[in-house]
Ligand binder design. Structure first.
Ligand code: ARG
Length: 564
């Protein structure tokens, strides 16, 4: 589509008083192909010229020089609609996909720029719940999207490995801890202790004070506290890494909250020196009333630091370390206030780059009875979800394709793909109700549906024993073929839009649409049975679809098995 877009700009630029960049930005994609491939809205010109937009569109349609790139250019109301030359569109699209392969869709707009993506960040000694799945899969997809745009991406797992909860755990472990249980099932057991702490603390509020005291000891470097903390951290991290391996998610850094311990004093000093701090009820705060925000707490009365203190320190550190063009925090919408405060303090400190920090929020996962809560013990363990989904995929495979080789691998790719996709297809900001049946439903708009279309193409290509030495893609002009081609041609636009709006859901929607377009094409147009010239062109077309499905699923963090 790129070259067609350039041609539109080239044709229009001499006829209208707008610069090329602005013109390109204003070009729209009509809602359906009967209205063309590009639409140029004349409202802006109408304002400038004080003329009726429809009259301008009609006038431009007459004045435009002819072009081989377009079959027709028509005025329709206030819009000027451009219809791509079908043959040329088919040829350039299919040929460039097959030539570029995995790189098709990639661009260089981000070249030389770094983007930091803070995502996943589960809390040590707590289970990896399905709530953290959201941050993990959205963050991972954004990482891959920005990489496709040429950015240098730095994925940071800001582990929740510091904070008052460690005081609670230490108290619980010292009171009720059982060494053997801890060794056997670390996170489940630590989680039990954590839930028990909260249950007992309701009866005995004294426990909370004790926990605070232990956390203070930890912050002051007490050896016993430190050793217990280290142990909990190591055990938890080993379990988390097992999940990341299943999900095929990687990080460039695991610098979590505790990493900043030694730097906190310096960061606080920096804020104090700028005259931004004050004391309120014994605590050190930054007043944000000018911003209409509650104050940001830096130090509690007992001297302990907070989540926000560590985030401030981390932001400053990362800016120095990576000199990022942008930093994304992929964190639930329930932390919006925290990030508003964080960015407000950074702005007050005079950091220009505070404008480049973005909170990418997402809706919560609701469990039937309400929000999942680590404290109440109503959390669904992610590992259970992944195992269940894989089991279900295995059952289906055994039933439908018992002869399949490497069943285990395929079942994993399908089951886990379904879980990832089931999350990403949702508009990020919406709350999702966690529903086992839905997560394990492989029909409809799901990863298995897309993966199945891909496997089907692979199977057709395998059956086409002789691969065409040459093909003529200009033959691909019927409605079904053109529908597929238009979608293929828009892939890089989808990547840009998904990255700009931080919405992997656009890519998820796109691959479903592409799989559906392929299915209806294949339903109506024979491939292997078609006469030779058409057979060759269609084989090239479906090979292009195969490639783009692979590339699209990759951007979501999902594999595409060749057989299933
Ligand atoms: N550990 C936090 C949580 O589970 C998320 C951390 C997000 N990242 C950050 N820089 N605050 O709520």
């Amino acid at each position: 589509m790129q070259i067609f877009r350039k041609e539109v700009v080239g044709l229009l630029k001499d006829l209208i008083e707008m610069d090329e960049h602005e013109l390109a930005m204003d070009l729209e994609t009509p809602p359906n192909p009967e209205m063309g491939d590009f639409a140029f809205p004349c409202f802006k010109l109408a304002k400038k010229r004080r003329q009726n937009p429809a009259a301008i569109a009609a006038d431009l349609a007459v004045k435009l020089p002819g072009s081989d790139y377009f079959e027709r250019i028509e005025a329709k109301g206030p819009y000027l609609n451009f219809f791509c030359n079908r043959r040329l569109l088919a040829k350039t699209t299919v040929e460039s996909i097959l030539a570029q392969g995995k790189a098709y869709g990639q661009q260089e707009v981000g070249k030389g720029q770094t983007i930091v993506i803070d995502f996943s960040a589960p809390n040590i000694a707590k289970p990896f719940g399905v709530g953290h799945l959201r941050s993990t899969v959205i963050g991972n997809s954004l990482y891959r999207l920005y990489e496709a745009l040429g950015y240098n991406c730095v994925g940071i797992n800001h582990l929740g490995d510091w904070g008052t909860q460690f005081g609670k755990l230490i108290v619980a472990y010292l009171r009720w801890g059982d060494e053997q249980k801890l060794e056997k099932e670390p996170i489940t057991y630590l989680y039990e202790l954590y839930v028990r702490f909260h249950r007992e603390a309701e009866k005995d509020p004294q426990l909370e004070d004790e926990a605070r005291a232990w956390f203070k000891k930890l912050e002051d470097g007490d050896a016993q506290a430190k050793a217990l903390w280290q142990r909990f951290r190591d055990l938890s991290l080993a379990e988390f890494k097992r999940i990341y391996k299943l999900l095929e998610v990687e990080f460039d850094s695991y610098q979590g909250e505790s990493f900043y311990n030694e730097m906190l004093d310096e960061a606080i000093k920096l804020i104090e020196e700028k005259g931004l701090t004050s004391i309120s009820e014994g605590a050190l705060i930054v007043d944000l009333s000018e911003e209409n925000l509650p104050p940001c707490l830096l130090r509690k009365q007992d001297g302990a630091t907070l989540y926000a203190t560590r985030d401030l320190c981390a932001a400053i550190y990362r800016q120095r370390q990576y000199n990022f063009a942008k930093m994304l925090y992929v964190v639930g919408a329930d932390q919006s206030l925290h990030f508003q405060q964080l960015f407000a303090v950074l702005r007050k400190m005079g950091y220009q780059w505070a404008e480049d920090c973005v909170h990418v929020p997402f809706g919560l996962i609701y469990y039937k009875e309400g929000k999942m809560s680590t404290r109440r013990g109503t959390l669904v363990f992610l590992e259970d979800v992944l195992t269940k989904a894989t089991e279900l995929a295995k059952e289906i495979i055994r039933e439908k394709n018992p002869g399949l080789k490497n069943k285990e691998d395929v079942a994993r790719q399908v089951g886990i793909g379904a879980v990832i996709f089931g999350d990403l297809i949702n508009d990020r900001i919406k709350n999702i109700e966690f529903d086992w049946d839905k997560v394990l439903d492989f029909t409809g708009e799901t990863a298995p549906y897309v993966q199945y279309a891909h496997a089907r193409i692979c199977s057709i290509l395998r059956k086409a024993d002789s691969w065409p030495a040459s093909y003529d893609a200009t033959l691909l002009t019927n409605e079904e073929e053109q529908h597929v081609i238009r979608l293929l041609a828009r892939f890089s636009d989808v990547i840009i839009r998904a990255a700009q709006t931080y919405k992997p859901s656009l890519v998820a929607r796109y691959v479903v649409d592409l799989a559906a377009a392929f299915n209806s094409f294949y339903h109506r147009c024979p491939v292997l049975q078609a006469e030779e010239a058409s057979r060759n062109a269609r084989l090239a077309l479906i090979d292009a679809v195969r490639q783009v499905l692979v590339n699209g699923l990759y951007l979501l963090g999902i594999n595409a098995p060749e057989e299933m």
